[in-house]
Design a protein around this ligand. Structure first.
Ligand code: NAD
Length: 436
């Protein structure tokens, strides 16, 4: 089956490479010439574990190609996926659909065969109807069906998630759409991945409901962590104690500096805007977005406390270990590290940082932060060492060396990756999240 993937970012490139690995003939399209040039040269434009080898083997097998020419890329494709960005629209928080609409228009103009147009981007309910309208307006003589197929992969584990998904959701309004999508995912339901056919609108809502629920789970445990700090409890024990209940489940119950990344912050906001438009308030999600937003700066204040409070912190230096919103990605979009660094800088604290993969993306977002080439270079001369992202590389720091290099033995562990007693035994003042 021939598949076209329009948009070759985190989602498009991973999905395209995985579809090719299933045996489909895939063209990844992007309007960013430098991205396509790099891909053609075998250089990955993003960091995602396993991606380079997957792309290389499928390019070699002749199943995966790259182009900036949409007309050429979609020629003969039975399924054309739209996997372009849907960022928050500046000013109001609605999902910016201009990239999705632009692709729909271009596909309408360039289509040269019957095809199913599949929205993989995360889009508000009703977007499929709009894509359908744009295609009709283009006057294309070809038979088209517009399908919603939201993507649930996680950056850092994207290939495994795509190949062994918990479920595949397909929102289709006719048999043509459903049949083509069955063909696209046939290799996966041979693996018995559950495939859920719904209406297009339900599929669009499922994606936002899933992200809002996960964001709620994180925010819930973060507030429990705050309570644990006040009353003398251990949030990790609480998380385990509730998570072993099968109705609750233990995943997404890790207290930390608040959720970030390219999805939860923007998707919760976009969902709230949809709710507002339809006069159907989502008060729980409203609270989640607000609580999470204020948490990031609160984590900066936690570091300032560890530095001796606002008066003493001025003129001191903090070392941030980890900048990306989670490990195993280079994605800096809406990372808590941004607000934490800014809060510190606002308080007169200078910041040095190291991240294994994220520094290139972080530099323009954090122009005053000194980027260092390894964790110990960032730690040298610091008055507090702050673990912001739980990269494996920070799980077994040589605490003796940290103590020798730092200006003061102060460790703020915003991911609870150390045991308080171990760190304190090394003579550190240690602060973590929700462990009184
Ligand atoms: P991204 O920014 O990494 O990639 C989008 C790509 O689309 C870019 O390379 C851009 O150049 C390209 N593009 C934009 N307009 C184009 C056009 N007209 N023609 C061709 N290419 C065009 O974004 P992403 O992280 O891959 O996210 C894509 C969508 O998937 C978003 O809606 C996002 O919410 C959703 N999503 C993302 C994730 C994730 O973990 N990143 C997970 C699930 C869903």
């Amino acid at each position: 089956m021939k598949i076209a993937m329009v948009g070759s970012g985190y989602v498009g490139l991973v999905s395209g490479a995985c579809f090719a690995d299933f045996g489909h003939d895939v063209v990844c399209i992007d309007k960013d010439q430098s991205k396509i040039d790099r891909l053609r040269a075998g250089v990955m434009p993003i960091y995602e574990p396993g991606l380079e080898a997957l792309v290389e083997s499928n390019v070699k097998a002749g199943r995966l190609t790259f182009t900036t020419d949409l007309g050429e890329g979609i020629a003969g494709a039975s399924a054309i996926f739209i996997a372009v960005g849907t960022p928050s629209r500046r000013g109001d928080g609605h999902a910016d659909l201009s990239f999705v609409h632009a692709v729909a228009r271009e596909v309408g103009e360039r289509l040269a065969n019957d095809a199913v147009i599949v929205t993989k981007s995360t889009v508000p309910v009703g977007t499929g109807d709009e894509v359908e309208r744009i295609l009709a307006e283009s006057g294309t003589p070809w038979r088209v069906a517009v399908v919603s197929n939201p993507e649930f992969l996680r950056e850092g584990a994207a290939i495994g998630d795509f190949k062994r998904p918990d479920r595949i959701v397909i929102g289709a309004e006719d048999d043509f759409g459903r049949e083509v999508m069955r063909g696209v995912y046939r290799p996966l339901f041979l693996n018995e991945s559950p495939i859920l056919f719904t209406s297009r609108r339900s599929a669009e809502i499922i994606k936002y409901a899933a992200n809002a629920f996960l964001a709620t789970k994180i925010t819930f445990i973060n507030e429990m962590a705050d309570l644990c700090e006040k009353v003398g409890g251990n949030v990790q024990d609480v998380a385990r104690g509730i998570g072993l209940d099968g109705r609750i489940g233990g995943k997404f119950l890790h207290a930390g500096p608040g959720y970030g990344g390219s999805c939860f912050p923007k998707d919760t906001l976009a969902l709230l805007k949809t709710a507002e438009d339809y006069d159907s308030p989502l008060r729980i999600v409203e609270a989640v977005a607000k609580v999470n937003d204020s948490r990031k700066r609160a984590m900066g204040r936690k570091v300032i406390e560890a530095l001796g409070g606002a008066d003493k912190a001025r003129g001191k230096r903090a070392a941030l270990l980890g900048l990306t919103f989670k490990p195993n990605t280079d994605d800096m979009r809406d990372s808590p590290a941004i607000a934490i660094a800014q809060t510190l800088e606002d308080a007169g604290v200078s910041v040095a940082a190291f991240d294994p993969e994220g520094m290139e993306q972080a530099r323009p977002l954090l122009p005053r932060v000194e980027m260092k080439s390894d964790p110990y270079a960032a730690i040298a001369g610091a008055d507090a060492v702050v673990i912001v992202t739980e990269w494996d590389a920070f799980r077994a720091l040589d605490l003796g060396r940290v103590k020798a290099l730092a200006n003061a033995p102060v460790l703020v562990d915003l991911r609870n990756i150390y045991k308080p007693e171990d760190v304190r035994a090394e003579g550190f003042s240690y602060t973590s999240v929700g462990r009184a």
